[in-house]
Design a protein around this ligand. Sequence first.
Ligand SMILES: *Cc1c(COP(=O)(O)O)cnc(C)c1O
Length: 389
Amino acid sequence: MSRRPDPIYLDHHATTPLDERVLEAMLPWLRESFGNAASQTHVYGWRAAAAVDSARERIAEGLGARDPSEIVFTSGATESNNLALLGLADADRGRRPVVTAVTEHPSVLDPCRALARRGHPVEFLEVDPLGRVDPAAVAERLQAETLVVSIMAANNEIGVVQPIREIAALCAERGVPFHTDAAQAVGRIDLGAARDGIDLLSVSAHKLYGPKGVGCLVVRKTGRPRLRLEPRQYGGGHEGGLRSGTLPVAAIVGFARALELCLAERAAEAGRLRGLRTALFDRLCQALPGRVLLNGDPEARLPGNLNVSFAGVDGDRLLADLSGIAVSSGSACSSALPEPSPVLLALGRTTAQAKASLRFGLGRGTTPQHVDVAVASVLEAVARQAPAA
Ligand SMILES: *Cc1c(COP(=O)(O)O)cnc(C)c1O
């Protein structure tokens, strides 16, 4: 039986393929070097512990942390976000206020909603029509007793890069902890935990060509305000007691290698992706004059992100009519639901505009030929629909 070739992958915000060089680095730790890094009585354990130590140092360096001990390995950014927000709240036991934004990832919004149900006043800041959080709006909501401000570094749908350095500085002035979900930002934009004043930083390896199921939370250890986190998971006291559970050594080794590669290639790759992204957008605009609406800030956005709405297009049919490319509409997490993307609605898009949108996530494997295919696919899908009045 013949099978149609797989569509071209243009969904790098959902996940990225494992880099071959990362897989190579991981393999020994899946085969002969299978020890438990917590075993202190034999060489299997020592070897695994040394690999984790080395990975921790390289990840700390890559993320601009002050010390390797600030890295807490987790299963990914979802867990890191939950640990940061609920961990702070559980250690405090008060009902201190929380500030976040409406365009955050569900793994930030949902813990914040849980805190609201527990009696914390939670401010979900609106964004401007380009998707940006206004630092002045954060400043207005800040109080000395604010538990945490959580604003993502870069958005997973519209790629908008938030002014986190300014927001972090405002938080520091008031002595309020600042958390950022940097799952999309790490390896794609210039970022440094200590340099940028980030107290808590969430990272996921599978967004940077590493393995799925691993990530970290950077937790600042020195300086003010002092951070106290209650673990979400108790047990053997791994990760300084903050996250018990046997460490996935191979995944951690892969995470470190993936991050190094991303950082080494970041500048060149950003330029290349920006070129491809601009070509894709320009060609769609030329082919469909006046019908392509850019979602999110044209400048402050991830180099590989393009999110557009098509005027006069039935959003419910758009994805079904697209062949040849793998993209998403709205957020991948909610794309099974017929709901329009809350992020696009927050920009002021109508329900129809939000539904008739596509998120292109260009990445390491994307070529100019892929852009050709993407343009052709979109034009074909649009042509298949009744022409707009
Ligand atoms: C992918 C993503 C997450 C979730 O990360 P996992 O490691 O898959 O749990 C959180 N936030 C953002 C912005 C993301 O893009």
